[in-house]
Design a protein around this ligand. Structure first.
Ligand code: A3P
Length: 316
């Protein structure tokens, strides 16, 4: 990979033609995996030697959290941002799965990230990437060495969490809500498998699509349940995966008994995730849970086989 760098010259406006040149070169040499970076520091400082110095700049991400929706993606991103070498896109970017965004090209994507220091990388999360067919190919086209993180949890819990979120969204909009059991189970007792969200938990099918484009070692599969219980341990494994020095430690987490989750300790202050993360789930009958667990069981085994790890999700 060739990393294009724009060096500061005294007038900022001189970077504009350089940027246009980068876009041109990037298009021309996409197959040679050129990753554009754009200088955007406003505080110009110059080395005494040659009056040119590397400044903070934007670079495309080297790691993307691809999903899964309701797996703990926000917590993971927030926790990663504790690392001094990691900066994150605050909002979900949805570049590769949104035609309008994707149509704006890499300069638009680049613009979604904060400026980085020389030893920093940036990370974004867009959970719907995981289930969107064309996304792996698009990411590979941009950077075939991209590191990908997928965070998963028991698909039945994930589905209930997803349904809970949709229920709250509908309440906020003053719309009618449905209950989980009658949505998921038809009158004849069969599962309504075409209900939104059921397919998301069939992790093996989606992951196979990623493995067509990326080797197994480029995809880190994080355990959402462990992230809840011992987040510092999951963080240490991800630091290894990203080849970063160990920095995130247990002392940066504080278990909030009211919330029932770990909050982050940042600059001596405790910061918990928004109330939409980790809220009580909608009521679900035991019967529906059993049906869903039976449905997901073979898919879960296929997934364990694909990733080489048994997550031990409940089967009955
Ligand atoms: P629930 O709200 O169902 O408990 P996502 O960010 O992908 O939407 O995932 C949301 C889930 O993150 C939450 O689902 C919660 O279980 C999980 N989570 C993990 N660690 C958390 C933390 N420290 N604080 C809040 N939620 C956390």
């Amino acid at each position: 990979m060739v990393l294009l760098r724009v060096y500061h010259v005294k007038k900022v406006w001189l970077t504009v033609p350089l940027f246009l040149m980068i876009i041109y070169l990037e298009g021309e040499t996409r197959n040679q995996q050129i990753i554009p970076s754009i200088n955007q520091s406003k505080n110009l400082t110059f080395s005494a030697a040659d009056m040119v110095i590397e400044e903070s700049e934007r670079r495309l991400p080297s790691c993307i959290i691809i999903g899964v929706r309701k797996g703990g993606t926000r917590a993971l991103l927030e926790m990663l941002s504790l690392h001094p070498q990691i900066r994150v896109a605050q909002q979900e970017v949805h570049f590769f799965d949104n035609e309008t965004n994707y149509g704006q090209g890499y300069p638009w994507y680049l613009n979604q990230f904060p400026a980085l220091g020389p030893d920093q990388i940036c990370v974004e999360k867009s959970p719907s990437y995981f289930v969107t067919l064309k996304v792996p190919e698009r990411i590979k086209e941009m950077n075939p060495r991209m590191k990908l993180i997928l965070i998963v949890r028991d698909p039945v819990t994930r589905l209930i969490s997803d349904f809970t979120q949709i229920t709250h969204n509908r309440i906020d909009k003053g719309l009618q809500i449905r209950d989980f059991d009658s949505t998921m189970v038809r009158e004849d007792g069969s599962l309504a498998l075409d209900t939104y969200g059921v397919d998301t938990g069939v992790y093996s099918t989606h992951l196979l699509n990623w493995f067509k484009h990326f080797p197994r070692e480029q995809v880190y599969i994080a355990n959402g349940d462990k992230l809840i219980r011992t987040p510092w341990q999951e963080m240490n494994k991800i630091e290894n995966f990203l080849n970063l020095q160990h920095s995130i430690s247990r002392s940066q987490f504080f278990f909030n008994t009211t919330k029932g989750f770990h909050c982050l300790v940042v600059d001596g202050q405790t910061r918990c995730l928004a109330k939409s993360k980790g809220r009580p789930h909608v009521n679900v009958s035991k019967d529906t849970i059993v049906k869903l667990r039976r449905f997901y069981k073979p898919h879960n085994y296929r997934f364990y086989g694909l990733v080489g790890k048994d997550f031990g999700w409940p089967e009955e």
